[in-house]
Design a protein around this ligand. Structure first.
Ligand code: SAM
Length: 247
């Protein structure tokens, strides 16, 4: 039946408008008296009875409300070299389901795509919409932020003091498992994934100078859209999320 995102209700009244309302009315054919599940950005969930529908705006009354917190306790930021085609759609959708907190698309030395500002903004808005839909579907209370597309050097600055690693297929010693076991970090972490052509040596050395650790995911070369998902899954599992709890 789906869940509908609402802005903070006032008292026990809910208003659903825009695309969410259109879907409710025109696709699901909901009418006054029907019940729908809603959620807001604070993580509250509501069972709502529709009271009236006027010009595709749905007004309802909260019947029950409860808190569902299915967010990871660690905020993970993925700095992603922008891939060709619509692979970024997949990366945004799957990383949202898995629990990413922020995705920062990066233009690196070897990214193929070159967009002017308007197109870059359109892409960012498209990905933000995908993140919202994926957050709804996976019952998350946080909709991951898809940041504006920036350069690799800007991304290095943006990483700030957060613990971070860069996935590099030419790193053959240190792996993600050891890094996570040794890392004292439990609340925020960032990681960098290169585009189809990978990172240049110069980019990796800039990352190392910025205190970002190169890590291997093993001897097989993963596609850019695989590497981020794999690393995100391993971080969350290692930090007791995604079923990684002992007992
Ligand atoms: N240089 C690669 C090649 O030889 O085909 C291309 C880069 S790979 C398709 C895309 C990105 O995924 C890399 O920049 C890296 O961030 C990550 N990656 C893929 N396989 C990896 C591995 N085994 N270890 C660490 N990172 C990996």
């Amino acid at each position: 039946m789906g869940r509908f995102f609402v802005n903070n209700p006032n008292n026990n009244h809910i208003i659903i408008d825009g695309e969410e309302a259109r879907h409710l009315v025109l696709v699901l054919r909901k009418k006054p008296g029907d019940q729908v599940d809603c959620f807001d950005e604070t993580g509250k969930e509501y069972k709502v009875r529709i009271e009236k529908i006027v010009d595709n705006k749905v007004e309802g009354i909260i019947i029950t409300q409860f808190e569902r917190n299915c967010e990871p306790h660690i905020q993970i930021t993925l700095f992603q070299g922008v891939p060709k085609g619509d692979k970024m759609d997949l990366i945004v959708q799957k990383c949202t389901e898995l629990g990413v907190f922020t995705i920062v698309p990066m233009i690196t030395e070897r990214t193929i795509v070159k967009w002017e500002e308007k197109k870059a903004l359109q892409k960012q808005m498209r990905w933000q919409k995908i993140a919202k839909e994926a957050a709804k579907q996976s019952r998350r209370k946080v909709i991951p932020k898809i940041e504006p597309i920036i350069s690799f050097n800007e991304a290095i600055q943006k990483k700030g003091v957060q613990e971070a690693f860069v996935l590099w297929e030419d790193e053959h010693k240190k792996g993600l498992k050891l890094f996570l076991r040794q890392s004292p970090v439990k609340d925020k972490m960032s990681f960098f994934v290169g585009p189809e052509g990978g990172f240049s040596e110069a980019e990796v050395s800039i990352a190392v100078k910025a205190g970002i650790t190169p890590l291997t995911l093993g001897p097989r070369i993963l596609r850019t859209e695989t590497a981020g998902l794999a690393a995100l899954t391993m971080i969350l599992y290692e930090l007791d999320d995604l079923g990684g709890k002992d007992g």
